[in-house]
Design a protein around this ligand. Sequence first.
Ligand SMILES: *Cc1c(COP(=O)(O)O)cnc(C)c1O
Length: 390
Amino acid sequence: MAKLDFMAEELKRLRDVGLYNSIRTIASPQGAWLKIEGKDVLNLCSNNYLGLADHPRLIEAAKEILDEYGVGPGAVRSIAGTMIIHRELEKLLAEFKQVEDTLGLQSGFVANQAVIPAIGADAIFTDELNHASIIDGVRLTKAQRYIYKHNDVEDLAAKLEEGAQHERKLIITDGVFSMDGDIAPLDEIAKIAQEYNAILMVDDAHGEGVLGDHGRGIADYFKLHNGEVDIEIGTLSKAMGVVGGYVAGTRLLKEYLEQKARPFLFSSAVTVPDVAASIAAVRILMADDSLVKKLWDNAKYFQKAMRDLGFDTGKTQTPITPIMIGDAKKSSEFSKKLFQEDIFAMSIGYPTVPKGAARIRVMLSAAHSKEDLDFALSKFEKVGKELSLI
Ligand SMILES: *Cc1c(COP(=O)(O)O)cnc(C)c1O
């Protein structure tokens, strides 16, 4: 057997069980409609919640800064120095998140790899449905792991009781869970963290631009601005429409991470136009919450209509809209048929979601018009009936 034959075998297995992921190639900017394989399809997949990915102000900001500062950051910030514009974004994000300071990193994924090992916790308490980047961050530590039941504060308290002897305790949760769209009970978790003197960290990737006043995120949604949350992780790749990640918290936290976080010390920063576009995105959000409101109007409208049609939208509390199917093959067939009807909505199966809980995940955006949503609803109804799901 050739050395890499196992790869072909695994790919065949994935195809057989309906879990093979075919990646579409897009020949247009991100937006409500995409050009894929020569046709226009309605985009229900992206995390471009506010439609900022191709916003004229972001494009303009990225173009202008290129003439002033060029493209690349040269090397890692701790060695080659850091550019003024990266610092400007960090200051602006701190203002937006209402924290003392933030530290920019290459992505949300990387931000978790940066922070979790750097904390050096003796015990980590982590929600069973936390994002892969948190799971991998935890894997980089030698901490004792306590995995608590999803959004279950009683189980969290029981696990903290069990691990009470540990000195440095870290609780980590997603803010909004990306596969179900439900929200962590962060106010209750904060109380328990206080009680057990545990550091509290929340990953706000799907909360930013979505929850709270002007989309400030989950801490603002629960009005936790008085140090209840020690560490927030943010991303610039979802609602902000660009790419990059950051950690938000105290000045002390930032200073510590600049000395200790390995992705900060050993990997270069995002490029200059990324930063300029991100600054433009945050400024738009701070000045005007109309896109956030439109996002929620769209989400409520679409979700109600889907439920009225007889679809199961799970336990979502946000614009993330799972259409629960169950069987991975059926879910994948649903997605393919939708694509034939000019709807781009992906099927998500194991291991991203539990076995037997495959679903189509619809991501609503402020970029969608009401006509777009009505178009989607008519196609979901048609294909849902064809597959006897409704
Ligand atoms: C998407 C996501 C990330 C990764 O963010 P990127 O900036 O795309 O790397 C991290 N955490 C959570 C919870 C996410 O949903």
